[in-house]
Design a protein around this ligand. Structure first.
Ligand code: BGC
Length: 748
């Protein structure tokens, strides 16, 4: 009878509108409550079990089928054979005790088949439409094979380029990461989660994973409460406000407590403050890794700690499966708590429409590599490319004779970047492919076989081969495997013999265009004077070659801006533009360089400021930096008032002029400084940006608005408020420049 009631409610939900309205909420909750009454403790625990399989599995294991049949599995990841997906779902909805559908999950991080630039590259577009398009395309392609859940977007603020997972991150800025996070969620989840082309997003890794000490993956993090709330939390809040269905806990500990067993973060912050009503999944084995962290003594205690912290679904390890029942019997966890986990999971299954439509539509076109998808991927690669230096070399004219060199000029797999389980290198268009198709006058000289190739055997021949060329285009970088999870580097120069080859080529006197394909900023201090142009293309994805060819020959201009500060040396890291002033900030006037210190100098700290004697105090290129093929000037910054009250907006106007000879695009950035606070405040914080397109000679006036809410921050007493006082604002092309004004925020 109870089950019959549940079915009636389900039919009602199936017919109802897809947005999560109050009515649907009530109906959903009634359905879930009623279904729960039909479930045993075992099948409830089954829902919390996310079982991993190998995506390369050739056969469907009988053991897994039986587990699904018994109701011991709630979700699966990496089942990539569509027949296995169909069969497992059939067993779940036809043969399991409660007939609850499975969710199939997969890491679809920057594309499924059509691969977009790595997320750090997408962040360089500073473009929400690009971010959204990338996740929409990924959702359309992946949902066609039954995937309804992705482990993305990754929203970890990354301030250290040594960290391999910076490639997957939205960069170092909370504001930029927040607007991108929202866009990714909108793209994955579409207008409604129960559309068959929508997939549930997973905001990860909650939280602070990017603060790994020394940039070493999985390392300890120490994050004060204000920093947590002012830096690391905003992108998660934005993603949840956009409706992100799930959240993944991080591998790391935060101030001594692993994220997966962190009751404060999961209950107080995520549920009570942020009002999250989807489900929380652990990271791969992160429940049992609490034993290795030294937080749980054994698997049973790990289950207890995770459950009491409010972690709903366990990825791959089986601590819940093995111990939850016993823990409930012993009264260490209540059945009510388990019910809450199951409700959170069922709520998302319902919103995905899985009870009504558990199966993929077999007749639907997969749309893999659809023309429009490839076009979006190419557009994204153009928007992500950041021009860091250009001594009037780019764009090249089509008559230029080019020597195309370098280990990434024709590296179809590496160009795709990290986390591309399903992208196929056979579909990649490399720069070499694109140069051939575009009928460029060029010679390809494969000088190094891969990025780590240390051999100099080819050098002589290469120098000889470039003789006939007008310009050398050197496509350098890192292989995809050198960034991503567990792939941190202590030294982030170009690996192998790349620098040596560039130095040899520089001796020929020919202009060198250095194109970098990498998963992180690469320190190029040793070679910056040897090259005329530096173009960062990150790992640009399937269409990277075409995008680069169009940029190099001026059909398009590179449109990206740095989403991270670009270091001069790894020893500067972590480096981020929104740092504090310190008591002794460095400046041009007071900087003492190593070579300025007299030999035998008396020990003295006077006059010394917060800098490095060898590399100074600035990054190589600041956050927000990027050139195009024209120039812009900023003029006439005006503010609506010198003093604003709380709940009042400040309006700013600024004129931007294209002073160059061709049309171009600029990303105009608004930064703010709260000069004095109840805790010290960053020297600048990004608060807004606008894209503007200007014809040669054209001027446009842009208007920005800032509300007193945007002046708020969380202080040491965990009070979130704007504080009365003086503020500076800058509007400019990056975090290290811009026109400046000041205003005062006054209490009534
Ligand atoms: C990663 C997650 C990923 C998961 C599933 C873990 O190693 O940290 O980001 O989603 O594996 O593949």
């Amino acid at each position: 009878m109870k089950y019959y009631l549940a079915f009636i409610v389900l039919v009602f939900i199936g017919c109802s509108e897809t947005k999560v309205s109050k009515t649907e909420d009530n109906t959903t909750e009634q359905f879930i409550d009623s279904l729960l009454t039909t479930m045993s403790i075992d099948t409830k625990i089954g829902q919390t079990n996310l079982r991993g399989t190998s995506s390369r599995a050739k056969t469907l294991s009988e053991e897994l089928k039986e587990d699904v049949r018994q109701g011991n599995v709630g979700a699966l990841l990496n089942v990539m054979n569509v027949e296995f997906v169909d069969e497992l779902q059939r067993i779940a909805v036809e043969e399991s005790p409660n007939k609850i559908p499975l969710i199939f999950g997969r890491d679809i991080i920057h594309g499924f088949k059509t691969i977009f630039p790595i997320p750090l590259g997408l962040a360089a577009s500073w473009d929400t439409a690009t971010a959204k398009a990338s996740s929409r395309v990924a959702a359309i392609e992946s949902s066609s094979v039954g995937i309804r859940w992705t482990f993305a977007p990754m929203l970890d603020i990354a301030r250290d380029s040594r960290w391999g997972r910076i490639a997957e991150s939205p960069g170092e800025d909370p504001y930029l990461a927040s607007v991108l996070g929202k866009a990714y969620v909108q793209g994955f989840q579409g207008d409604s989660l129960n559309d068959p082309t929508s997939i549930a997003a997973c905001a990860k890794h909650y939280i602070g994973y990017g603060a790994a000490i020394g940039g070493r993956d999985y390392n300890t993090t120490i994050i004060s409460e204000p920093i947590l709330r002012n830096v690391y939390l905003p992108p998660f809040k934005a993603a949840l406000d956009a409706g992100a269905a799930t959240v993944m806990t991080a591998f790391n500990e935060i101030n001594g407590i692993p994220a997966t067993g962190n009751e404060y973060l999961l209950k107080d912050v995520l549920r009570d403050e942020l009002k999250f009503d989807g489900f929380v999944v652990s990271d791969w084995d992160s429940v049992v890794e609490m034993i290795t962290h030294g937080f749980a003594k054994d698997e049973k205690q790990a289950a207890e700690l995770a459950a009491n912290a409010g972690m709903d679904m366990e990825m791959t390890s089986k601590a819940y499966e093995h111990h939850l029942k016993e823990l409930i019997k012993e009264g260490k966890i209540t059945e009510h708590e388990l019910d809450e986990f199951v409700k959170n999971i069922l709520r998302i299954k319902l919103r995905l429409g899985l009870f009504k439509t558990p199966y993929r539509d077999k007749n639907r076109d997969t749309n893999f590599y659809a023309k429009e998808h490839l076009a979006e991927a190419k557009e994204a690669a153009i928007k992500s490319a950041v021009l860091l230096k250009n001594k009037n070399i780019l764009p090249l004219s089509t008559s230029t004779k080019v020597a195309l060199i370098g280990p990434l000029a024709d590296a179809p797999l590496d160009q795709l970047g990290t986390w591309i389980f399903d992208g196929e290198k056979e579909h990649t268009i490399t720069p070499l492919d694109a140069f051939k198709t575009a009928d460029i006058n060029f010679k390809y000289i494969p000088a190094l076989t891969h990025s780590r190739d240390k051999s100099k055997k080819q050098f002589k021949k290469v120098i000889n081969d470039v003789k006939g060329a007008d310009v050398i285009v050197f496509v350098a970088g890192e292989e995809a495997i050198l960034s991503g999870e567990a792939h941190s580097r202590a030294n982030i120069d170009l690996p192998g013999a790349q620098e040596d080859l560039i130095k040899e080529l520089a001796k020929t006197g020919k202009p060198i265009v250095l194109v970098i394909m990498a998963g992180r900023p690469i320190t190029i201090t040793n070679i910056i004077d040897d090259v005329d142009t530096v173009l960062m293309s990150w790992h640009p994805g399937t269409m990277g070659g075409e995008a680069l060819q169009e940029i190099i020959f001026g059909i398009r201009e590179p449109e990206g801006r740095l989403p991270v500060s670009w270091p001069k040396a790894a020893g500067q890291l972590p480096y981020f533009y929104n740092h504090k002033n310190t008591g002794r900030p460095a400046s041009k006037e007071n900087y003492t360089a190593m070579d300025d210190i007299p030999v035998g100098a008396w020990q003295s700290s006077l006059g010394n400021k917060s800098h490095y004697l060898d590399v100074g105090y600035t990054p190589h290129f600041p956050f927000g930096f990027g050139l195009g093929y024209t120039d812009f000037t900023y003029d006439n910054l005006q503010i609506s008032k010198d003093t604003i009250g709380f709940n009042e907006d400040l309006v700013m106007k600024v004129s931007i002029k294209n002073t160059g000879k061709r049309a171009g695009k600029e990303i105009v950035q608004l930064y703010l400084q709260d000069i004095v606070g109840s805790i010290t405040r960053p020297i600048r914080e990004l608060k807004g940006f606008q894209h503007v397109s200007l014809k040669a000679g054209e001027t446009k006036e842009l208007t920005f608005k800032i509300s007193s809410e945007q002046l708020e921050f969380t202080n040491h007493k965990i009070i979130r408020a704007a504080e009365e006082g003086d503020f500076n604002i800058w509007i400019g092309p990056n975090a290290a420049s811009g026109l400046k004004k000041s205003f005062y925020l006054k209490k009534k």
